[in-house]
Design a protein around this ligand. Structure first.
Ligand code: NAD
Length: 443
């Protein structure tokens, strides 16, 4: 099939590369000339495991290409995927300006029947807005052609995006058109062989499904963080509690790890946007607001614990920070807990020596060069002359630690771990003061 994907970010590139890999002919469009020039030279703008190989392979096979020329993209695809960003506006609502700009572009160049597919995470009712924008463009040009707009929210996780796209639990499509059902079945057939994962529903339910999924996951995280904070105050161990509750199949072990708060480009903005949607229809979203406020507080826990360990005086201290990305296997630092920590440390007059296996370039892009930030070449280099260590991301590369050596390296034996990667007893045996989330030393 001929497919066009608008937006060459995390979702657009993964969608384009995976669809090309099963034989579809894919054109990816972006407005960012630098990004497209890079992609045309084989430079992949993001880190996502397996993505570079997949893109290079499919470009070489002639199934995948990149351009900023939207007219080429509109002419190419029978299916037009919209995978551009939907960042929060100043009220926390999803800003649809990029989505509607793509809709206008499609309407401006379209001459025959197309299916326009919302893959971006968009509030309920957006498909109607996309439809209206395209219809207005067609009318202005007096072009008479039919088109359909459907919702196909994306559930991939950064860090495992290709696996999720190709072997995800479900493929949700919101439409009331039999033509669209047939075309989407054909598009996704190569990913749908084991059992039927395609779930067709009405457009509004599909749009809400994506928000409900992310809000549910964010709720699990905030719930566990609340329990962890409570466990600490009650001298209980959240790790034992996690195992104790996870064993109940109604609860399960997945996604109940306490930590230093959720980040990334999806949970924070989607919980906020859903809360705004609720308020707009006259419903007070008490639970969503609590999920959000627990998370905002949790992102300050690392700094609070470190500050406690140093009696509130971090001025002039050098803090090693391991992990900057909002989770492992990505370079994405959007809304990452590490950013709250870094900015709090700088406000307190401390210097940061940071290391992340993939997010160094992104950190440099966000914060530039500043005297109180040193980007280090390895986890060991970050420890040189450091007063204490804080762990923000549970990268595999941090899992093994020589505790006595760590103690030797640090000026003060203080470790704050936002991901509960180590046993408090091992740390204590090595003479380290180990602050984690809901276990270890009380702060
Ligand atoms: P991103 O910021 O990585 O990429 C968006 C891209 O769209 C950018 O490259 C930007 O230049 C481009 N763009 C903007 N306007 C454009 C236009 N008019 N024409 C063509 N390109 C344009 O965003 P992302 O993380 O890929 O997210 C995209 C959407 O998918 C969002 O709605 C997001 O909520 C949703 N989503 C993201 C994830 C994730 O893990 N990142 C997962 C599921 C769903």
């Amino acid at each position: 099939m001929k497919v066009t994907v608008f937006g060459s970010g995390y979702v657009g590139l993964v969608t384009g590369a995976c669809l090309a890999d099963v034989g579809h002919s894919v054109v990816c469009i972006d407005v960012d000339q630098e990004k497209i020039d890079g992609l045309n030279k084989g430079v992949i703008p993001i880190y996502e495991p397996g993505l570079e190989e997949l893109i290079l392979k499919n470009v070489a096979a002639g199934r995948l290409s990149f351009t900023t020329d939207a007219s080429v993209g509109v002419a190419h695809g029978d299916l037009q995927f919209i995978a551009v960003g939907t960042p929060p506006d100043e009220d926390g609502k999803a800003d649809l300006k990029y989505v509607l700009a793509v809709a206008a572009t499609i309407g401006r160049y379209m001459t025959d029947y197309k299916v326009i597919i919302d893959k971006s995470t968009v509030p309920v009712g957006t498909a109607d807005k996309v439809k209206a924008v395209i219809a207005a463009e067609l009318e202005a040009r007096a072009v008479k052609t039919g088109f359909d707009v459907c919702s196909n929210p994306e559930f991939l996780k950064e860090g495992a995006a290709i696996e999720d796209f190709t072997r995800g639990a479900r493929i949700v499509v919101g439409t009331d058109s039999e033509t669209v059902i047939g075309l989407m079945r054909k598009c996704y057939a190569p990913f749908n062989r084991n059992h039927d994962k395609l779930m067709f529903m009405d457009v509004r339910s599909a749009e809400l499904t994506k928000y409900a999924a992310n809000a549910m996951l964010a709720t699990k995280i905030s719930f566990m963080n609340e329990m962890a904070n409570l466990a600490e105050l009650l001298d209980a161990d959240i790790e034992q509690v996690r195992l104790g509750i996870g064993s109940d199949p109604r609860i399960g072990y997945d996604f109940i790890y306490p930590g230093c708060g959720y980040g990334g480009s999806c949970f924070p903005k989607d919980v906020q946007a859903l809360a705004r949607t609720a308020l707009e229809v006259g419903h007070t979203p008490d639970l969503l607001l609590a999920v959000e406020s627990v998370n905002n507080r949790q992102k300050h826990e690392l700094f609070r614990k470190l500050s406690f360990a140093f009696d509130g005086d971090l001025a002039g201290k050098t803090i090693a920070v391991w992990g900057l990305a909002f989770k492992p296997n990505t370079d994405d630092m959007r809304d990452a807990p590490s950013r709250v920590l870094l900015e709090s440390l700088w406000d307190a007059g401390a210097t940061v020596q940071a290391y992340d296996p993939e997010a160094m370039r992104e950190c440099k892009r966000i914060y530039g060069s500043r005297p109180d930030l040193e980007l280090c070449a390895s986890r060991e280099a970050a420890l040189v002359d450091a007063d204490a260590l804080v762990i923000c991301t549970e990268w595999k590369a941090f899992r093994t630690l020589d505790f006595p050596k760590l103690k030797e390296n640090l000026r003060y034996p203080v470790v704050v771990d936002g991901r509960n990667m180590f046993e408090p007893t091992d740390m204590a045996a090595a003479g380290l003061m180990y602050y984690s989330i809901g276990r270890g030393i009380k702060a």
